[in-house]
Design a protein around this ligand. Sequence first.
Ligand code: 5AD
Ligand code: SF4
Length: 439
Amino acid sequence: MQKKYHIVTYGCQMNVHESEKIAGILHKMGYEETAEKENADIILFNTCCIRENAENHAFGNIGALKKLKKANPNLLIAVGGCMTQEKGKTDVLKKKFPFIDIMFGALNFEELERLIIKKQAQKKKVIEIREKEGEIVEGLKPFRTSYPNAWVNITYGCNNFCSYCIVPYVRGRERSRKMANIIAEVESLVAEGYKEITLLGQNVNSYGNDLNDGSNFATLLDKVASIEGKFRLRFMTSHPKDFTEEVVSVMKKHDKICKCVHLPVQAGSNRILSLMNRRYTREKYLEEVAFLRKALPQAEITTDIIVGFPTETEEDYLQTEDLVKTVGFASAFTFVYSKRQGTKAAEMEGQIDEATQKDRIMRLVALVNSLTREKSQKYIGKTVEILCEDYDEKKGLYLGRDEFGRMGYFSSKENKIGEFVNLKILSANGISLHGELTD
Ligand code: 5AD
Ligand code: SF4
């Protein structure tokens, strides 16, 4: 019987795509996927450590495997990702969950095949975490699970050291993939029929800084958008300090590039932005937004916001609210500040109490939701192009997104997954739209 794997993924798109690469390694080794943990020969956790609740979540789910491992001692349990990469975390995991067989890190998941073989040959657990980032590994074929969308890494790691963020400590310095490798990957994805390509990096706009061959993000974007075929092109994430006019003009040049930018602002107060080490001001951010909208009037902006950062006063928080209203984001991911060991902000005085953090996040979420609802209402009566990406069994409806990432539902007798369809919007419910096919 074919061996089976089950992967549990936490965190961002970067991790979701990394799990596709891990799945690719397992398929090459002869494993196939199972949705049931109980049927698996190997269960892998691809963890995230960006906020404490992501860690707690993983801890809870790993702990819950104790019984399964006892009932089936041949089951392999592997834990990798950002959390194992944190200083001292493997010791904590070893103590708490002695039944884990393999631990690997975000910086060496490519070695998984060797680690599994090593474990199968010995009784002792295998713990191999790479401390420093190495050369970029090319040639791993991901087992992609999200057709018609495909993610393509362009950079790994981050050089920014925002004071709250653990990413630069666990994912190392920024490394850019060679442009030729990225282009070849996108070309083959388009040839395979993928319809939406998202270029991924912690800070896509600094792509190429480490290559010293003159490549930058604008030239990469231009080249990728010039690949023949009908597909959409997105990119994530843009740091406002590096978002250039050159990138905006490339966006303008190509219809394929979605006129939608994820531009995390994090806070609306200059004092907090400076403590966060974001290296832009509120004014600079608003200037960029104005520039983008002047060049591309239809452009939508999405963002990330943190509330309850150390020393944040009510006045600071209200400046965030004010900025949210001024920009009119299409959507926003909102987070409560989470103290991460080893970061500068963890050492700051003036950590904010939980009740204040809760109060601010609730107010912010209400504001963001009301703005998003308002935007949704404006869609009613319009026809939008949706890339159909899935079928919702419960609702009995197909669903997909428009160029701005807005979700649209519709019914169809034929399978539309992977097709661009025109949808006349009849109603809007919160952030999602409902419509009927016009063709
Ligand atoms: N606490 C809360 N949110 C954080 N983020 C990063 N680090 C933290 C933290 N310590 C958020 C930022 C970032 C997004 C990916 O996660 O908003 O843009
Ligand atoms: Fe973290 Fe800042 Fe790098 Fe984003 S840019 S990964 S928030 S350090």
